[in-house]
Design a protein around this ligand. Structure first.
Ligand SMILES: NC(=O)c1ccc[n+]([C@@H]2O[C@H](COP(=O)([O-])OP(=O)(O)OC[C@H]3O[C@@H](n4cnc5c(N)ncnc54)[C@H](OP(=O)(O)O)[C@@H]3O)[C@@H](O)[C@H]2O)c1
Length: 338
């Protein structure tokens, strides 16, 4: 009997793509047959899945015959080109890129927050920006404690957010600086190793980079709070994996107590409180790496504003910020249809 799904991963050789393979195994995602797609450069590469070798094929409009679910993580231009043919072939498309996130008719979903945004007929669902997901996993549960009026966020974003190539760049620069040898070619206009820099995306007319603009727009869309005030600064730090964010949450009235916030976050799915003041142990990207949960700690009153409180959040943006969130969306749709 043919049970299970025919699944395609577009961008299978990438940093996010590789996480899908691990997650399918780990979560027992019902894969009957797996198609791994990437650029022509990767044709013939082999990936292991459930102990078997799967050959990577080139992603083309004709790649999707018989595919039930297609996970896209190969950049916005690939999604714009290939999502429509995948849908025409009958696939449910879950897109990690920014190609469709701003379309009001296309749901932008973090299942713990707005699974109800997925309509029964939706065949294309988008995964939000990784910094937005990690931020909102910590912020959304607090809406039970009061009306949120404004978010002030600074990010400490890792190399993996820029894909496998940026992780390699950070490692290679660090090696060259510590062991000697030539510095690698870099697409950045600053050195990465032993440095940090404003997010390497284009700056808009207001002086905000693209990552910051995404966090503002997407937070409003996911929370259905079109007028939410969001102030954000996105910075890349020389950490290999997992994003960290300093977050101040301003409420419309007096902020809830630290105890109330800890309690609500302790019960929030997908969140783990790491808030050990005695030992000065709080979320770190190393602790968050490879973890499904987003870590939240340093929960404290903003002493400069009685309506606000502060937190430090760390989350693995290849997992909850990308592949895990995508698989959870697929699981949500499958559970509804079963
Ligand atoms: N990294 C993150 O934390 C993160 C988080 C959320 C969303 N995303 C999104 O996920 C996507 C991939 O990110 P990543 O970090 O995994 O990048 P990556 O490590 O650079 O991987 C890119 C993937 O896209 C494939 N690709 C590139 N050009 C292609 C083409 N012309 N045709 C078919 N496949 C092509 C690559 O295949 P080859 O190996 O053959 O070049 C590779 O599999 C991007 O849209 C990104 O915005 C990333």
């Amino acid at each position: 009997v043919n049970t299970g799904l025919s699944v395609a991963v577009v961008g299978a050789t990438g940093a996010v793509g590789q996480e899908f393979l691990r997650l399918f195994e780990q979560r027992n995602f019902p894969v009957r047959c797996l198609k791994l797609l990437a650029s022509e450069r990767s044709v013939g590469k082999i990936c292991k899945f459930r102990g078997e070798e799967v050959c990577v094929e080139e992603a083309t409009p004709g790649s999707f015959g018989g595919v039930d679910v297609a996970f896209f993580s190969a950049g916005a231009s690939r999604s714009k080109l290939l999502a429509a043919p995948a849908m025409s072939a009958g696939a449910l498309v879950i897109d990690n890129s920014s190609a469709f996130r701003t379309d009001p008719n296309i749901p932008l979903v973090v299942p713990e927050i707005n699974a109800d945004a997925i309509g029964p007929k939706d065949r294309l669902i988008t995964v939000p920006n990784c910094s937005a997901i990690i931020l909102l996993m910590a912020v959304h549960p607090l809406r039970r404690l009061g009306t949120i009026d404004r978010l002030i966020v600074s990010t400490y974003q890792s190399a993996s957010g820029g894909g496998a190539g940026m992780m390699r760049l950070l490692e290679d620069e660090t090696k060259a600086l510590t062991l000697g040898g030539e510095m690698p070619q870099s697409p950045l206009n600053v050195r990465y190793a032993y440095n940090l820099f404003s997010h390497n995306t284009p700056i808009n007319e207001f002086g905000y980079n693209e990552e910051e603009a995404k966090v503002i727009f997407e937070s409003r869309k996911i929370l259905s709070m079109p007028t939410l005030r969001v102030n954000v600064t996105c910075v890349r730090v020389p950490v290999l994996r997992a994003h960290t964010e300093s977050v101040t949450v301003e409420f419309a009235g007096p902020a809830p107590s630290v105890e109330e916030v800890r309690e609500v976050l302790s019960n929030a799915p997908g969140v783990r409180v790491v808030d050990d003041r005695e030992n000065n142990r709080f979320p770190t990207p190393l602790d968050a790496s490879g973890q499904d949960d987003v870590l939240v700690g340093r929960i404290r009153q903003d002493l400069s504003n009685a309506n606000a409180l502060c937190m430090l959040v760390s989350g693995d943006q290849l997992l909850k910020g990308a592949a895990l969130n995508a698989v959870q969306i697929a699981e949500t749709v499958l559970a509804r249809n079963s």
